[in-house]
Design a protein around this ligand. Structure first.
Ligand code: RB5
Length: 149
């Protein structure tokens, strides 16, 4: 898989660990920044990654900020994005299996690097179950079609 990565200064500490994890699983990534601890605006990176996942340039995205929450709020404004914030292993597995989430977000002030690697591994290796979950995703898509231009 090709994975787009982005972060703000709050997620920078997780990014090296996340990249190593992606490579160890045999996937590739492109890092869209940020690369310094200088304060920046997470929506800029969320939008870049979300658009590249939504248009199919990348299979999935990973966004890292202080909490993971701002990144998810912004990414979920892009049609076709199902961004999930995870801070535990159960949620990582469940959102892959049930929500077919195409962007994972995590917080560098919430999870440590070891837990982040476990979350990424579960998220990337757990297959989407389809079935009854597809009916629910279809309803989410209908909400998008109602409100998105
Ligand atoms: C930046 O201070 C912080 O607000 C950001 O990293 C993130 O936690 C937003 O949700």
């Amino acid at each position: 898989m090709k994975i787009a990565i982005g972060c703000d200064q709050g997620g920078l500490v997780l990014k090296t660990a996340v990249k190593a994890c992606i490579e160890s699983l045999g996937h590739t990534f492109v890092d869209f920044g940020t690369d310094t601890e200088k304060s920046c605006d997470y929506p800029d990176f969320a939008l870049t990654v979300a658009e590249k996942v939504a248009d199919g340039t990348f299979d999935k995205g990973i966004l890292l900020c202080g909490t993971g929450i701002g990144m998810a709020i912004c990414a979920n404004k892009v049609k076709g994005i199902r961004a999930a914030t995870c801070a535990d292993e159960f949620s990582a597995k469940a959102t892959a299996a049930h929500n077919d989430s195409n962007i994972l977000t995590m917080g560098g002030r919430v999870v440590d690097t070891a837990l982040a690697q476990k979350i990424v591994t579960l998220w990337l290796t757990t297959p989407y179950e389809g079935g009854r979950h597809q009916r629910r995703l279809d309803k989410i898509a209908a909400v998008e079609n109602k409100y998105f231009k």
